[in-house]
Design a protein around this ligand. Sequence first.
Ligand SMILES: Nc1ncnc2c1ncn2[C@@H]1O[C@H](COP(=O)(O)OP(=O)(O)O)[C@@H](O)[C@H]1O
Ligand SMILES: [Mg+2]
Length: 351
Amino acid sequence: MKIVVLAGGLSPERDVSLSSGSLIANALMEKGHGVLLLDVYEGYQNTIHNMDDLFLYSKDGIKYHYTVSDIEPDLDAIKVKNNNQLAFIGPNVLDICGFADVVFMGLHGSIGENGSLQATFDNFNIKYTGTGYIGSLLAMDKDLSKRLFVQANIPTAEWILYDINENTIHDVKNTIGFPCVVKPCSCGSSIGVSIVKNLEELKTALSYAFKYETSVLIEKMINGREFSVGILNNKPLPVIEIIPTTGFYDYKNKYQSGLTSEICPADLSLELTRKVQEKALKVHKTLRLGGYSRIDFILDTKGEFICLEANTLPGMTPTSLIPQEAKCLGIEYNELCETIAMLPFNKNLKH
Ligand SMILES: Nc1ncnc2c1ncn2[C@@H]1O[C@H](COP(=O)(O)OP(=O)(O)O)[C@@H](O)[C@H]1O
Ligand SMILES: [Mg+2]
């Protein structure tokens, strides 16, 4: 099989994406596939004589390698390097992806996650991993996801969409109350998320969240243990519990090693395990997700699993949550990557 692992792009998470993209690419090569790791924004700028030659095999003895630097990538410098290219999809990307048998979506953030790239691929009849454009859009927009959760009887934290022209911080105090959680409507990685206890903190949190987006949600804070459940090929994986040493599962606790314990399988009764797995599958279906996804929950003090959100492009390094869950079932990282790459060939799995 010839597989393009598509990564990078112009989001602040481009480095993380290129680094996990390299690991996915190596895993697929070890499974015997021909692989090209391609940056969706930079594209392929050299002349292509023969498309076949672009793909690397393990017998070539080369491995992809990308180190994430300590500081966020300088997106302006990357634009300048690419002649200030305005298009998000770089030179030759569509042709190369069309030539490959399948595209492994290794992107994080905006263009990979909001469905627009998936819609473009559909129009070019290009096969890709994971969720299609409708599910990507529905899961990316937390307000839309939550409206569908309510409709499908999936418990979710009470919330308002904060409109800067209509709402005041006093409305929040009188409706949602404190403590509450302020979050941009369509970000990920806990970027722009704060938990606040009073009006003063709320003001700061709002201006922080509005830096990232013009739509901001304010949710009731749910007290309890946090869990995540992956779905692979329409079946739930084992449940994982997330326990940050301090505070909540924010950006730092997510990406700096040693700050959060992740326990898989989670220490839950069989009954609660089944309950949260069923809920995760219901979320996956309600939002029309495909292939694989990861759904986040908090178990509240009344024993109810409250759904926080669904992720259509969950982290895919060997130590990320879904690979840990798969490992509990004896599915090693290389095999997991290959399974995800092969799912788009299953006609029964609609996007
Ligand atoms: N309503 C809530 N109550 C308690 N904690 C929350 C709530 N919403 C979010 N959090 C915390 O913030 C983290 C990030 O929020 P989440 O909605 O999952 O957004 P993201 O897409 O950035 O991961 C969660 O993993 C959880 O630790
Ligand atoms: Mg989350």
